[in-house]
Design a protein around this ligand. Sequence first.
Ligand SMILES: [Zn+2]
Ligand SMILES: [Zn+2]
Length: 245
Amino acid sequence: MPSSWSINILEAGTIGVSDPAIEKGKGYSVEINEAFNLYRASIKFGDYAMDLFKYADTILQDTELPIRRLFNAKQNVRLYKNRKIIEDALNPSDVFSDGWWLELVFRKKSDFFSENAFADILLSLLLFILPYNIEAEEEGAVVNTISTTHERSHINRSICLAYHGYSCKACGLNLENQYGDIARQFIHVHHLNPVSLAGITKPDPIIDLVPLCPNCHGIAHLKSPPYSIVEIQKMIISNNGKLYT
Ligand SMILES: [Zn+2]
Ligand SMILES: [Zn+2]
């Protein structure tokens, strides 16, 4: 996540996220709270942040964009656009100000790590609808370390993982199930179509990127262009290895 973000506890049960690098009033804040069966994040725009809201709103209109497709694919996630009408107290018919905010509602599922899944979707949303400039980048198969994996939590990685989940697309290994919480973010994101790495086209984080465990990712890059997912699966099976399910 952008290093400029600050996170603080607003009141019992509510966490606030804001970006102090943006001039006061021109930025946004996110209030996150948890209810029995859902998480809710309210993205509120500052009094002078109409440009920022319009930017986000315009992006969200495009149904073809990965962030919209991510929302469409997740039945338990909804995004609402709300408007708060503030009336002149002396003359209630006179509306003198309006405040827009976005509300992300995530219904918890009992069968997986809801908290992490919610955080991934919120992070993807914020990175996508706000003018953060984060370069798409593939993780190098050779030079990767734990720290670089963390530094590269960029927008495409975020959307890819929010969509595909954290199990390796080739062998099926889930690092978190295997090693615990600490290994969750150690999953690599692999570019299926390295031709577009040359910058000719932008990768589509849902179609072009897949999660791979560090082993399978290393194997994929033993040749160039890399081995396909199916080729790696064949290698595992033909060597009496097992695919995790
Ligand atoms: Zn794997
Ligand atoms: Zn790769």
